[in-house]
Design a protein around this ligand. Structure first.
Ligand code: NOJ
Length: 568
Protein backbone atom coordinates (compact mmCIF):
# COMPACT_ATOMS: atom_id res chain seq x y z
CA UNK A 1 0.00 0.00 0.00
CA UNK A 2 1.62 3.20 -1.06
CA UNK A 3 -0.46 6.05 -2.41
CA UNK A 4 -3.13 8.02 -0.57
CA UNK A 5 -6.00 6.19 -2.26
CA UNK A 6 -4.80 2.88 -0.85
CA UNK A 7 -4.29 4.44 2.56
CA UNK A 8 -7.94 5.50 2.64
CA UNK A 9 -9.21 2.21 1.26
CA UNK A 10 -8.20 -0.57 3.66
CA UNK A 11 -9.61 -4.08 3.20
CA UNK A 12 -11.77 -3.75 6.31
CA UNK A 13 -13.49 -0.43 5.48
CA UNK A 14 -16.94 -1.90 4.84
CA UNK A 15 -17.04 -4.43 7.67
CA UNK A 16 -19.89 -4.43 10.20
CA UNK A 17 -18.76 -5.72 13.59
CA UNK A 18 -20.97 -7.50 16.12
CA UNK A 19 -19.72 -7.73 19.70
CA UNK A 20 -20.36 -10.92 21.63
CA UNK A 21 -20.13 -11.30 25.39
CA UNK A 22 -19.48 -15.07 25.32
CA UNK A 23 -20.69 -15.69 28.86
CA UNK A 24 -24.13 -14.36 27.92
CA UNK A 25 -24.73 -15.23 24.27
CA UNK A 26 -25.74 -18.91 24.09
CA UNK A 27 -25.19 -21.81 26.46
CA UNK A 28 -24.79 -25.14 24.67
CA UNK A 29 -24.01 -27.51 27.54
CA UNK A 30 -26.62 -26.60 30.17
CA UNK A 31 -24.36 -25.03 32.81
CA UNK A 32 -26.00 -21.58 32.66
CA UNK A 33 -22.88 -20.03 31.09
CA UNK A 34 -22.62 -19.13 27.42
CA UNK A 35 -19.89 -20.87 25.41
CA UNK A 36 -18.15 -21.11 22.05
CA UNK A 37 -20.22 -23.98 20.59
CA UNK A 38 -23.23 -21.85 21.56
CA UNK A 39 -21.88 -18.99 19.43
CA UNK A 40 -21.26 -21.38 16.52
CA UNK A 41 -24.84 -22.59 16.77
CA UNK A 42 -26.08 -19.01 16.29
CA UNK A 43 -23.96 -18.10 13.27
CA UNK A 44 -26.94 -18.28 10.94
CA UNK A 45 -28.70 -15.60 13.01
CA UNK A 46 -25.62 -13.36 12.72
CA UNK A 47 -25.18 -14.03 9.03
CA UNK A 48 -28.85 -13.26 8.44
CA UNK A 49 -28.44 -9.98 10.34
CA UNK A 50 -25.67 -9.10 7.88
CA UNK A 51 -22.69 -8.60 10.18
CA UNK A 52 -19.25 -9.52 8.84
CA UNK A 53 -16.99 -9.62 11.88
CA UNK A 54 -17.48 -10.89 15.42
CA UNK A 55 -15.54 -9.38 18.30
CA UNK A 56 -15.49 -11.95 21.09
CA UNK A 57 -14.86 -10.58 24.57
CA UNK A 58 -12.07 -12.65 26.19
CA UNK A 59 -12.43 -16.41 25.79
CA UNK A 60 -9.01 -17.27 27.29
CA UNK A 61 -8.31 -19.34 30.41
CA UNK A 62 -9.14 -17.16 33.39
CA UNK A 63 -10.30 -17.28 37.02
CA UNK A 64 -12.99 -14.80 35.81
CA UNK A 65 -12.52 -12.19 38.53
CA UNK A 66 -13.22 -9.65 35.78
CA UNK A 67 -15.07 -12.03 33.45
CA UNK A 68 -12.06 -12.98 31.36
CA UNK A 69 -10.14 -9.70 31.42
CA UNK A 70 -7.86 -11.53 33.86
CA UNK A 71 -6.05 -14.05 31.65
CA UNK A 72 -4.18 -16.97 33.19
CA UNK A 73 -3.10 -18.55 29.88
CA UNK A 74 -3.07 -16.58 26.62
CA UNK A 75 -2.94 -19.75 24.53
CA UNK A 76 -5.80 -21.67 26.14
CA UNK A 77 -9.58 -21.35 26.10
CA UNK A 78 -11.50 -21.10 29.41
CA UNK A 79 -13.01 -24.56 30.06
CA UNK A 80 -16.48 -23.07 30.67
CA UNK A 81 -16.31 -21.61 27.14
CA UNK A 82 -15.02 -24.79 25.46
CA UNK A 83 -11.74 -25.86 23.88
CA UNK A 84 -9.25 -24.62 21.30
CA UNK A 85 -10.86 -27.06 18.87
CA UNK A 86 -14.25 -25.42 19.51
CA UNK A 87 -12.68 -22.08 18.67
CA UNK A 88 -11.10 -23.48 15.49
CA UNK A 89 -14.51 -24.75 14.51
CA UNK A 90 -16.11 -21.37 15.17
CA UNK A 91 -13.45 -19.65 13.05
CA UNK A 92 -14.01 -22.12 10.20
CA UNK A 93 -17.82 -22.07 10.37
CA UNK A 94 -17.83 -18.28 10.53
CA UNK A 95 -15.47 -18.11 7.56
CA UNK A 96 -17.80 -20.35 5.57
CA UNK A 97 -20.45 -17.63 6.06
CA UNK A 98 -18.11 -14.75 5.21
CA UNK A 99 -17.69 -13.76 8.87
CA UNK A 100 -14.30 -12.98 10.45
CA UNK A 101 -13.33 -13.36 14.10
CA UNK A 102 -11.68 -10.72 16.30
CA UNK A 103 -10.31 -11.68 19.70
CA UNK A 104 -9.97 -9.39 22.70
CA UNK A 105 -6.31 -8.82 23.43
CA UNK A 106 -5.55 -7.96 27.05
CA UNK A 107 -1.95 -6.77 27.02
CA UNK A 108 -1.91 -4.37 29.97
CA UNK A 109 -2.28 -7.03 32.66
CA UNK A 110 -2.70 -10.75 33.29
CA UNK A 111 -4.42 -12.72 36.03
CA UNK A 112 -2.52 -13.27 39.26
CA UNK A 113 -2.99 -16.96 38.38
CA UNK A 114 -0.87 -16.66 35.22
CA UNK A 115 2.28 -18.84 35.44
CA UNK A 116 4.45 -15.75 34.96
CA UNK A 117 2.97 -14.02 37.99
CA UNK A 118 3.03 -17.12 40.16
CA UNK A 119 6.75 -17.49 39.42
CA UNK A 120 7.36 -13.77 39.99
CA UNK A 121 5.77 -14.00 43.44
CA UNK A 122 7.65 -17.15 44.35
CA UNK A 123 11.10 -15.90 43.30
CA UNK A 124 12.03 -12.19 43.02
CA UNK A 125 15.18 -13.10 41.08
CA UNK A 126 13.44 -14.97 38.25
CA UNK A 127 12.97 -13.63 34.70
CA UNK A 128 9.20 -13.33 35.10
CA UNK A 129 9.59 -10.99 38.09
CA UNK A 130 10.73 -8.44 35.49
CA UNK A 131 7.48 -8.94 33.53
CA UNK A 132 5.48 -7.14 36.24
CA UNK A 133 5.80 -3.85 38.14
CA UNK A 134 7.23 -4.44 41.59
CA UNK A 135 8.58 -1.86 44.06
CA UNK A 136 10.56 -2.50 47.22
CA UNK A 137 8.70 -0.57 49.94
CA UNK A 138 7.03 -0.96 53.29
CA UNK A 139 4.11 1.36 52.38
CA UNK A 140 2.21 1.68 49.07
CA UNK A 141 4.56 3.80 46.90
CA UNK A 142 1.80 6.06 45.46
CA UNK A 143 -1.78 7.09 46.22
CA UNK A 144 -3.30 6.18 42.86
CA UNK A 145 -6.76 4.54 42.89
CA UNK A 146 -7.48 1.58 40.61
CA UNK A 147 -10.34 1.68 38.13
CA UNK A 148 -12.24 -0.65 40.49
CA UNK A 149 -11.34 1.17 43.74
CA UNK A 150 -8.55 0.80 46.32
CA UNK A 151 -4.82 1.50 46.01
CA UNK A 152 -3.01 0.35 42.86
CA UNK A 153 -0.29 -1.25 45.02
CA UNK A 154 -0.81 -4.65 46.59
CA UNK A 155 1.59 -6.01 49.20
CA UNK A 156 3.53 -9.16 48.34
CA UNK A 157 3.00 -11.54 51.27
CA UNK A 158 6.16 -12.04 53.33
CA UNK A 159 8.28 -9.40 51.54
CA UNK A 160 8.68 -5.62 51.76
CA UNK A 161 7.49 -5.38 48.22
CA UNK A 162 4.38 -4.20 46.36
CA UNK A 163 3.04 -4.97 42.89
CA UNK A 164 1.03 -2.62 40.70
CA UNK A 165 -2.49 -3.17 39.32
CA UNK A 166 -4.62 -0.65 37.39
CA UNK A 167 -7.74 -2.81 37.86
CA UNK A 168 -8.49 -5.53 40.47
CA UNK A 169 -5.65 -6.84 42.72
CA UNK A 170 -6.00 -10.13 40.82
CA UNK A 171 -5.03 -8.29 37.60
CA UNK A 172 -1.33 -7.37 38.00
CA UNK A 173 -0.09 -4.92 35.32
CA UNK A 174 2.60 -6.07 32.92
CA UNK A 175 5.86 -4.13 32.79
CA UNK A 176 5.99 -2.75 29.25
CA UNK A 177 9.32 -1.06 30.06
CA UNK A 178 10.83 -4.56 29.78
CA UNK A 179 11.67 -5.46 26.11
CA UNK A 180 11.71 -9.20 26.90
CA UNK A 181 8.09 -9.01 28.11
CA UNK A 182 7.08 -7.17 24.95
CA UNK A 183 8.63 -9.92 22.83
CA UNK A 184 6.56 -12.52 24.70
CA UNK A 185 3.38 -10.58 23.90
CA UNK A 186 4.25 -10.28 20.20
CA UNK A 187 4.72 -14.06 20.02
CA UNK A 188 1.24 -14.56 21.48
CA UNK A 189 -0.34 -12.21 18.94
CA UNK A 190 1.39 -14.00 16.04
CA UNK A 191 0.25 -17.35 17.43
CA UNK A 192 -3.41 -16.27 17.29
CA UNK A 193 -3.10 -14.79 13.82
CA UNK A 194 -1.58 -18.08 12.64
CA UNK A 195 -4.67 -19.78 14.06
CA UNK A 196 -6.91 -17.83 11.72
CA UNK A 197 -8.26 -14.82 13.56
CA UNK A 198 -8.55 -11.62 11.52
CA UNK A 199 -7.62 -9.14 14.18
CA UNK A 200 -8.18 -7.85 17.67
CA UNK A 201 -9.94 -5.42 19.93
CA UNK A 202 -7.17 -4.24 22.22
CA UNK A 203 -8.03 -3.76 25.85
CA UNK A 204 -6.89 -0.89 28.09
CA UNK A 205 -3.98 -0.12 25.79
CA UNK A 206 -3.65 3.49 26.92
CA UNK A 207 -2.65 2.14 30.36
CA UNK A 208 0.58 0.42 29.30
CA UNK A 209 2.79 3.44 30.07
CA UNK A 210 2.96 4.76 33.63
CA UNK A 211 4.57 7.99 34.82
CA UNK A 212 7.97 6.62 35.80
CA UNK A 213 8.45 9.36 38.44
CA UNK A 214 5.56 7.66 40.36
CA UNK A 215 4.24 10.98 41.75
CA UNK A 216 1.94 11.36 44.75
CA UNK A 217 -1.24 12.93 43.35
CA UNK A 218 -3.70 15.44 44.77
CA UNK A 219 -6.47 13.19 46.24
CA UNK A 220 -9.81 13.32 44.42
CA UNK A 221 -11.92 11.30 46.86
CA UNK A 222 -12.50 10.75 50.58
CA UNK A 223 -10.23 7.70 50.36
CA UNK A 224 -7.21 10.02 49.92
CA UNK A 225 -6.51 8.49 46.51
CA UNK A 226 -6.56 9.87 42.96
CA UNK A 227 -7.68 8.18 39.74
CA UNK A 228 -4.95 5.97 38.26
CA UNK A 229 -5.65 7.42 34.82
CA UNK A 230 -4.04 10.70 35.92
CA UNK A 231 -0.55 9.17 35.96
CA UNK A 232 -1.07 5.68 34.58
CA UNK A 233 -2.83 6.35 31.29
CA UNK A 234 -1.94 8.21 28.05
CA UNK A 235 1.49 9.07 29.41
CA UNK A 236 4.28 10.57 27.30
CA UNK A 237 6.43 7.77 25.96
CA UNK A 238 3.48 5.49 25.17
CA UNK A 239 4.08 6.27 21.48
CA UNK A 240 7.32 4.28 21.60
CA UNK A 241 5.53 1.12 22.77
CA UNK A 242 2.59 1.58 20.39
CA UNK A 243 4.82 2.18 17.38
CA UNK A 244 6.81 -0.95 18.15
CA UNK A 245 3.63 -3.00 18.65
CA UNK A 246 2.34 -1.88 15.28
CA UNK A 247 5.59 -2.49 13.44
CA UNK A 248 6.40 -5.82 15.05
CA UNK A 249 3.01 -7.43 14.49
CA UNK A 250 -0.05 -5.53 13.30
CA UNK A 251 1.44 -3.84 10.21
CA UNK A 252 3.45 -6.93 9.28
CA UNK A 253 0.37 -9.15 9.47
CA UNK A 254 -2.11 -6.63 8.00
CA UNK A 255 -4.77 -7.52 10.57
CA UNK A 256 -7.65 -5.31 11.72
CA UNK A 257 -7.20 -3.69 15.11
CA UNK A 258 -9.48 -1.53 17.20
CA UNK A 259 -8.08 0.00 20.35
CA UNK A 260 -9.89 0.83 23.53
CA UNK A 261 -8.65 4.40 23.86
CA UNK A 262 -10.33 6.21 26.77
CA UNK A 263 -9.04 9.66 27.61
CA UNK A 264 -7.28 10.30 24.30
CA UNK A 265 -7.97 13.96 23.49
CA UNK A 266 -9.51 14.77 20.09
CA UNK A 267 -6.27 16.33 18.89
CA UNK A 268 -4.39 13.06 19.53
CA UNK A 269 -6.98 10.68 18.10
CA UNK A 270 -5.34 10.73 14.68
CA UNK A 271 -2.25 9.06 16.16
CA UNK A 272 -4.39 6.07 17.15
CA UNK A 273 -6.21 5.44 13.87
CA UNK A 274 -5.75 5.24 10.13
CA UNK A 275 -2.99 4.00 7.91
CA UNK A 276 -0.29 5.88 9.77
CA UNK A 277 -1.86 5.36 13.19
CA UNK A 278 -1.03 2.68 15.74
CA UNK A 279 -4.32 0.84 15.07
CA UNK A 280 -6.88 0.48 12.29
CA UNK A 281 -9.31 2.47 14.40
CA UNK A 282 -10.00 3.34 18.02
CA UNK A 283 -12.95 3.67 20.36
CA UNK A 284 -13.37 7.24 21.59
CA UNK A 285 -15.54 7.39 24.73
CA UNK A 286 -16.48 11.04 24.95
CA UNK A 287 -19.96 10.56 23.47
CA UNK A 288 -20.50 7.31 25.41
CA UNK A 289 -19.69 9.06 28.69
CA UNK A 290 -21.71 12.20 27.94
CA UNK A 291 -23.95 11.61 30.97
CA UNK A 292 -21.34 11.23 33.72
CA UNK A 293 -18.96 13.65 35.38
CA UNK A 294 -15.33 12.60 35.39
CA UNK A 295 -12.89 12.97 38.27
CA UNK A 296 -14.02 13.24 41.87
CA UNK A 297 -17.71 13.58 41.00
CA UNK A 298 -17.94 10.44 38.90
CA UNK A 299 -21.22 9.50 40.56
CA UNK A 300 -22.94 12.75 39.56
CA UNK A 301 -25.13 12.50 36.45
CA UNK A 302 -24.54 15.31 33.99
CA UNK A 303 -27.36 16.97 32.11
CA UNK A 304 -26.74 16.92 28.35
CA UNK A 305 -28.58 17.84 25.17
CA UNK A 306 -28.87 16.33 21.72
CA UNK A 307 -26.77 19.28 20.53
CA UNK A 308 -23.98 18.26 22.97
CA UNK A 309 -24.04 14.73 21.56
CA UNK A 310 -23.93 16.08 18.02
CA UNK A 311 -20.95 18.24 18.94
CA UNK A 312 -18.95 15.31 20.37
CA UNK A 313 -19.67 13.13 17.33
CA UNK A 314 -18.76 15.95 14.96
CA UNK A 315 -15.46 16.57 16.75
CA UNK A 316 -14.62 12.88 16.64
CA UNK A 317 -15.23 12.77 12.89
CA UNK A 318 -13.29 15.99 12.37
CA UNK A 319 -10.30 14.54 14.26
CA UNK A 320 -10.02 11.79 11.64
CA UNK A 321 -10.85 13.73 8.49
CA UNK A 322 -8.46 12.66 5.76
CA UNK A 323 -6.84 10.23 8.23
CA UNK A 324 -9.06 7.18 8.51
CA UNK A 325 -12.26 5.71 9.90
CA UNK A 326 -13.86 6.12 13.32
CA UNK A 327 -15.06 3.11 15.36
CA UNK A 328 -18.76 3.91 15.79
CA UNK A 329 -20.61 2.44 18.75
CA UNK A 330 -23.36 3.28 21.22
CA UNK A 331 -23.11 0.19 23.44
CA UNK A 332 -20.60 -2.32 24.75
CA UNK A 333 -20.08 -4.63 27.72
CA UNK A 334 -18.87 -1.74 29.93
CA UNK A 335 -21.72 0.63 29.16
CA UNK A 336 -25.42 0.71 30.04
CA UNK A 337 -27.93 0.14 27.24
CA UNK A 338 -27.86 3.01 24.73
CA UNK A 339 -31.65 3.22 24.60
CA UNK A 340 -31.83 4.03 28.33
CA UNK A 341 -28.88 6.42 28.21
CA UNK A 342 -29.70 8.45 25.11
CA UNK A 343 -33.49 8.11 24.74
CA UNK A 344 -34.46 8.63 28.39
CA UNK A 345 -38.24 8.19 28.81
CA UNK A 346 -38.52 6.84 25.23
CA UNK A 347 -36.00 4.04 25.90
CA UNK A 348 -38.49 1.29 25.08
CA UNK A 349 -40.05 3.01 22.05
CA UNK A 350 -38.95 0.93 19.03
CA UNK A 351 -39.14 3.96 16.71
CA UNK A 352 -36.74 5.87 18.98
CA UNK A 353 -34.35 2.88 19.12
CA UNK A 354 -34.36 2.70 15.30
CA UNK A 355 -33.47 6.36 14.85
CA UNK A 356 -30.75 6.18 17.49
CA UNK A 357 -29.34 3.12 15.68
CA UNK A 358 -29.45 4.76 12.25
CA UNK A 359 -27.90 7.99 13.57
CA UNK A 360 -24.67 6.42 14.81
CA UNK A 361 -24.53 3.64 12.19
CA UNK A 362 -24.69 5.81 9.07
CA UNK A 363 -21.80 8.04 10.08
CA UNK A 364 -18.50 7.51 8.31
CA UNK A 365 -16.61 4.70 10.07
CA UNK A 366 -16.80 1.10 11.15
CA UNK A 367 -20.11 0.34 12.91
CA UNK A 368 -20.09 -1.91 15.99
CA UNK A 369 -23.33 -3.52 17.21
CA UNK A 370 -23.37 -4.98 20.73
CA UNK A 371 -25.42 -8.12 21.32
CA UNK A 372 -29.03 -7.24 22.13
CA UNK A 373 -28.70 -3.70 20.80
CA UNK A 374 -30.33 -4.96 17.61
CA UNK A 375 -33.39 -5.94 19.69
CA UNK A 376 -33.72 -2.49 21.29
CA UNK A 377 -32.95 -3.86 24.77
CA UNK A 378 -33.08 -1.44 27.72
CA UNK A 379 -31.34 -1.30 31.12
CA UNK A 380 -32.30 -3.90 33.70
CA UNK A 381 -32.96 -2.25 37.05
CA UNK A 382 -31.99 -4.39 40.04
CA UNK A 383 -33.62 -4.07 43.46
CA UNK A 384 -30.57 -4.94 45.56
CA UNK A 385 -26.78 -4.82 45.26
CA UNK A 386 -26.80 -8.62 45.80
CA UNK A 387 -28.17 -9.03 42.28
CA UNK A 388 -25.02 -7.57 40.71
CA UNK A 389 -22.05 -9.62 39.59
CA UNK A 390 -19.75 -6.92 38.21
CA UNK A 391 -16.68 -6.18 40.34
CA UNK A 392 -16.78 -2.50 39.40
CA UNK A 393 -20.49 -2.01 40.20
CA UNK A 394 -20.01 -3.53 43.63
CA UNK A 395 -17.06 -1.21 44.30
CA UNK A 396 -18.97 1.84 43.08
CA UNK A 397 -21.87 1.03 45.39
CA UNK A 398 -19.57 1.00 48.43
CA UNK A 399 -17.68 4.09 47.34
CA UNK A 400 -20.83 6.10 46.65
CA UNK A 401 -21.89 5.50 50.24
CA UNK A 402 -18.46 6.46 51.60
CA UNK A 403 -18.79 9.66 49.57
CA UNK A 404 -21.99 10.45 51.51
CA UNK A 405 -24.79 8.94 49.41
CA UNK A 406 -27.59 6.91 50.99
CA UNK A 407 -27.89 3.19 50.15
CA UNK A 408 -30.89 4.05 47.97
CA UNK A 409 -29.00 6.71 46.03
CA UNK A 410 -25.99 4.43 45.65
CA UNK A 411 -28.20 1.72 44.16
CA UNK A 412 -29.78 4.19 41.79
CA UNK A 413 -26.35 5.37 40.58
CA UNK A 414 -25.11 1.82 40.09
CA UNK A 415 -28.31 0.78 38.28
CA UNK A 416 -27.93 3.60 35.78
CA UNK A 417 -24.34 2.93 34.78
CA UNK A 418 -23.71 -0.69 35.77
CA UNK A 419 -21.88 -2.91 33.31
CA UNK A 420 -24.34 -5.66 34.24
CA UNK A 421 -27.02 -3.80 32.25
CA UNK A 422 -25.58 -5.13 28.99
CA UNK A 423 -24.24 -8.42 30.36
CA UNK A 424 -27.61 -10.13 30.86
CA UNK A 425 -28.12 -13.39 28.92
CA UNK A 426 -29.24 -12.92 25.32
CA UNK A 427 -33.03 -13.40 25.02
CA UNK A 428 -33.51 -15.78 22.11
CA UNK A 429 -37.12 -16.65 22.99
CA UNK A 430 -39.78 -15.74 25.53
CA UNK A 431 -39.55 -19.14 27.22
CA UNK A 432 -37.95 -19.99 30.57
CA UNK A 433 -34.34 -18.71 30.59
CA UNK A 434 -35.01 -17.11 27.22
CA UNK A 435 -33.71 -19.99 25.11
CA UNK A 436 -30.25 -19.00 26.38
CA UNK A 437 -29.92 -22.09 28.53
CA UNK A 438 -32.01 -24.80 30.14
CA UNK A 439 -30.23 -24.12 33.44
CA UNK A 440 -30.55 -21.01 35.60
CA UNK A 441 -28.22 -18.47 33.94
CA UNK A 442 -25.14 -17.08 35.72
CA UNK A 443 -26.80 -13.62 35.68
CA UNK A 444 -30.56 -12.99 35.75
CA UNK A 445 -32.46 -12.47 32.49
CA UNK A 446 -33.90 -8.98 31.89
CA UNK A 447 -37.41 -8.24 33.03
CA UNK A 448 -38.74 -7.58 29.52
CA UNK A 449 -37.35 -10.70 27.80
CA UNK A 450 -40.76 -12.43 27.44
CA UNK A 451 -41.64 -9.58 25.02
CA UNK A 452 -38.28 -8.34 23.76
CA UNK A 453 -36.52 -11.37 22.31
CA UNK A 454 -35.07 -12.46 18.98
CA UNK A 455 -37.78 -14.95 18.12
CA UNK A 456 -40.63 -12.45 18.72
CA UNK A 457 -38.83 -9.80 16.69
CA UNK A 458 -37.97 -12.16 13.85
CA UNK A 459 -41.68 -12.55 13.22
CA UNK A 460 -42.38 -8.81 13.18
CA UNK A 461 -41.42 -6.72 10.13
CA UNK A 462 -41.72 -3.54 12.23
CA UNK A 463 -39.34 -4.77 14.95
CA UNK A 464 -36.03 -3.17 15.90
CA UNK A 465 -34.33 -6.39 14.76
CA UNK A 466 -35.93 -6.21 11.30
CA UNK A 467 -34.87 -2.58 11.16
CA UNK A 468 -31.19 -3.31 11.97
CA UNK A 469 -31.15 -6.02 9.33
CA UNK A 470 -32.54 -3.58 6.77
CA UNK A 471 -30.16 -0.84 7.94
CA UNK A 472 -27.08 -3.05 7.48
CA UNK A 473 -28.23 -4.13 4.03
CA UNK A 474 -29.01 -0.54 3.04
CA UNK A 475 -25.70 0.86 4.32
CA UNK A 476 -23.47 -1.83 2.84
CA UNK A 477 -25.27 -3.25 -0.18
CA UNK A 478 -27.91 -0.67 -1.18
CA UNK A 479 -27.88 1.87 -3.97
CA UNK A 480 -26.05 4.42 -1.79
CA UNK A 481 -23.55 2.03 -0.19
CA UNK A 482 -20.47 3.55 -1.84
CA UNK A 483 -21.26 7.01 -0.53
CA UNK A 484 -22.22 5.71 2.92
CA UNK A 485 -18.97 3.73 3.20
CA UNK A 486 -16.35 5.94 1.59
CA UNK A 487 -18.05 9.32 1.51
CA UNK A 488 -16.99 12.27 3.60
CA UNK A 489 -19.09 13.43 6.53
CA UNK A 490 -19.97 16.99 7.50
CA UNK A 491 -22.34 17.78 10.32
CA UNK A 492 -25.15 20.20 9.39
CA UNK A 493 -26.92 22.92 11.31
CA UNK A 494 -30.20 21.50 12.60
CA UNK A 495 -32.92 22.15 15.15
CA UNK A 496 -31.99 21.33 18.78
CA UNK A 497 -33.34 17.76 18.94
CA UNK A 498 -32.11 16.67 15.54
CA UNK A 499 -28.68 15.39 14.54
CA UNK A 500 -28.00 15.96 10.85
CA UNK A 501 -25.00 15.25 8.67
CA UNK A 502 -24.11 15.21 5.01
CA UNK A 503 -22.44 12.15 3.46
CA UNK A 504 -20.86 12.99 0.14
CA UNK A 505 -18.77 11.26 -2.47
CA UNK A 506 -17.86 12.13 -6.04
CA UNK A 507 -21.18 10.89 -7.38
CA UNK A 508 -23.61 11.63 -4.59
CA UNK A 509 -24.72 13.93 -1.76
CA UNK A 510 -26.94 12.54 1.01
CA UNK A 511 -28.26 14.72 3.83
CA UNK A 512 -29.20 12.53 6.80
CA UNK A 513 -31.58 13.70 9.57
CA UNK A 514 -32.33 11.99 12.88
CA UNK A 515 -34.93 13.36 15.29
CA UNK A 516 -33.93 12.03 18.73
CA UNK A 517 -36.78 13.48 20.77
CA UNK A 518 -40.57 13.22 21.10
CA UNK A 519 -41.50 16.47 19.30
CA UNK A 520 -41.89 16.94 15.56
CA UNK A 521 -39.12 18.98 13.91
CA UNK A 522 -38.77 21.02 10.74
CA UNK A 523 -35.47 21.12 8.88
CA UNK A 524 -34.86 23.55 6.02
CA UNK A 525 -33.18 21.65 3.19
CA UNK A 526 -30.25 22.82 1.10
CA UNK A 527 -31.15 25.75 -1.13
CA UNK A 528 -31.05 25.70 -4.89
CA UNK A 529 -31.06 21.91 -5.30
CA UNK A 530 -33.54 19.27 -6.28
CA UNK A 531 -34.19 16.89 -3.42
CA UNK A 532 -35.58 13.41 -3.01
CA UNK A 533 -36.23 11.47 0.21
CA UNK A 534 -34.46 8.17 -0.49
CA UNK A 535 -34.76 6.48 2.90
CA UNK A 536 -36.78 7.04 6.05
CA UNK A 537 -38.29 5.40 9.11
CA UNK A 538 -42.07 5.54 9.78
CA UNK A 539 -44.38 6.88 7.02
CA UNK A 540 -42.57 9.03 4.45
CA UNK A 541 -41.93 12.50 5.86
CA UNK A 542 -43.39 15.50 4.06
CA UNK A 543 -41.23 17.99 2.21
CA UNK A 544 -43.07 21.30 1.95
CA UNK A 545 -42.21 24.51 0.13
CA UNK A 546 -40.45 27.09 2.30
CA UNK A 547 -42.15 30.39 3.04
CA UNK A 548 -41.58 33.14 0.44
CA UNK A 549 -39.74 30.90 -1.98
CA UNK A 550 -37.01 29.93 0.53
CA UNK A 551 -35.57 26.40 0.73
CA UNK A 552 -38.04 23.49 1.10
CA UNK A 553 -38.60 22.12 4.59
CA UNK A 554 -38.42 18.50 5.74
CA UNK A 555 -41.04 17.67 8.37
CA UNK A 556 -39.83 14.99 10.74
CA UNK A 557 -42.15 13.16 13.09
CA UNK A 558 -41.00 12.43 16.66
CA UNK A 559 -38.06 9.97 16.55
CA UNK A 560 -38.04 9.87 12.76
CA UNK A 561 -35.00 9.48 10.47
CA UNK A 562 -34.80 10.51 6.83
CA UNK A 563 -32.16 10.71 4.14
CA UNK A 564 -32.53 13.29 1.41
CA UNK A 565 -30.54 12.99 -1.80
CA UNK A 566 -29.53 16.27 -3.35
CA UNK A 567 -29.17 16.69 -7.06
CA UNK A 568 -26.65 19.46 -7.35
C1 NOJ B 1 -11.68 -2.66 29.68
C2 NOJ B 1 -12.65 -3.80 29.50
O1 NOJ B 1 -13.56 -3.46 28.48
C3 NOJ B 1 -13.30 -4.00 30.84
O2 NOJ B 1 -14.41 -4.86 30.78
C4 NOJ B 1 -12.25 -4.53 31.79
O3 NOJ B 1 -12.79 -4.61 33.09
C5 NOJ B 1 -11.03 -3.59 31.84
N1 NOJ B 1 -10.63 -3.11 30.55
C6 NOJ B 1 -9.86 -4.32 32.43
O4 NOJ B 1 -9.35 -5.27 31.54
Amino acid sequence: MSDTTDKMSPWWKDEVVYQIYPRSFQDSNGDGIGDIPGITSRLDYLSDLGVTMLWLCPIFASPMVDNGYDISDYRAVAPEFGTLEDLDELIAEAKARGIKILLDLVLNHTSDQHEWFKRALADPTCTEHGYYIFKQASEPPTNWRTAFGGNVWEKVPGRDEFYFHSFAPQQPDLNWENPALREKLYEIIDWWLDRGVSGFRIDAITSIKKNQAWPILEPDGVDGLAKVSKAGSNQPGIEVFLTELKQRVFARRGCFTVAEAPGVPFDQLAQFAGYDGYFSCAFDFKAADIDIASGSEWFRRLPWTVADLRDLLARQQEALRGIGFTANFIENHDQPRATTKYLLEAADDPEAAKTLGAMYFLQRGIPFVYQGQELGMVNFERASIDEFDDVSSIDQYGRSMKEGRTAEEALRIVNLRSRDNTRTPFPWTGERYGGFSDHEPWLGMTEEFPKVNASAEQGDPESVLAFYKGLIAFARHGEHAACLTDGEIDFLQSSPNVIAYRRSSAGEVLDCYFNLRGEAAEEPLAEGTATEVVWHTQDAPEVVAGADGSAPVLRLRPYQSAIVRLTV
